[in-house]
Ligand binder design. Structure first.
Ligand SMILES: [Zn+2]
Length: 265
């Protein structure tokens, strides 16, 4: 069975209790043909919990890193511990890392940029791709990545891509791929739909970013969970005017190429 891939989600919180916890949502995901689920860390504690989940469940893989909004928690030595977690064969990438200027009280931009570069360097050192979170920081993200292009040598993913369709060319030129989740199914998603239309289908991946961003037709329900990834895949197939199964298989191939560890046992 060639299943769906949820390349980015968060299973480390307690939001899933109404669905029977992580056990419950993973049972649902199996019933709905989800083959691989990547649980993303966003600080040291969640990166460790993501590793534990990957140890417990066959289909769960993980990535490790410090999200830009979480940097106020950062302590000396955390990056060394994250580096250790990268040795786990089910750790497929360093992420989510990046820049987030959305809220005024987010960590200072200098600190965000510094930690982004340090984590790009870490990924390069351990031969892993990166998963990038970037919100309201398109130009800074692009310039920083262009200036450190060599550190993207193992590839990278712009997760939950939300910038202008025009910017996709610039990020593509850096060799990056793009993943989309619930927002591409939303009624007002013109920019996202146009981006998907422009991006080569070999660079598209699917995600839920659960527990948030539940797709249509379940928009508004909480929590979102990995089974819902099929709605984003169906939407991408519609935009690319290809069969849904073809889209699913293409995404599976794309994921395998970008994240080699995702298909190792
Ligand atoms: Zn996330």
């Amino acid at each position: 069975m060639q299943g769906y891939i949820d390349i980015h989600c968060h299973l480390t919180g307690d939001e899933y209790a109404p669905l029977g916890g992580v056990d419950g949502v993973l049972a649902l995901a199996r019933e709905n043909g989800v083959e691989r689920i990547v649980c993303s860390g966003f600080d040291l504690a969640s990166s460790k919990t993501a590793q534990e989940l990957a140890g417990r469940y066959n289909e769960v893989y993980f990535c490790v890193g410090y999200h830009p909004s979480e940097l106020n928690k950062y302590q000396d030595g955390d990056l060394e511990q994250i580096r250790m977690l990268c040795q786990d064969k089910k750790c497929i990438a360093v992420g989510e890392i990046g820049l987030d200027y959305h809220f005024e009280d987010n960590p200072p931009k200098d600190m965000q940029r510094d930690m982004f570069i340090r984590q790009l360097q870490l990924a390069y050192d351990v031969h892993l791709p990166v998963v990038i979170h970037s919100r309201d920081a398109a130009q800074d993200t692009l310039e920083l990545l262009q200036a450190h292009k060599t550190l993207l040598g193992n590839g990278g993913l712009m997760h939950c891509y939300s910038y202008s369709p025009e910017m996709t060319a610039a990020f593509s030129a850096l060799g990056l791929s793009f993943s989309f989740g619930g927002p591409c199914t939303f009624k007002n998603a013109h920019k996202v739909v146009e981006s998907i239309a422009r991006i080569e289908k070999t660079r598209l991946l699917s995600e839920t970013d659960c527990p948030y961003l539940t797709p249509v037709p379940h928009r508004g329900e909480f929590p979102n969970h990995p089974s819902m990834v099929r709605f984003a895949v169906a939407k991408m197939a519609e935009i690319k005017q290809i069969d849904e199964i073809e889209m699913k298989n293409q995404i599976r191939e794309n994921a395998k190429r970008l994240f080699p560890r995702l298909h190792e046992k």
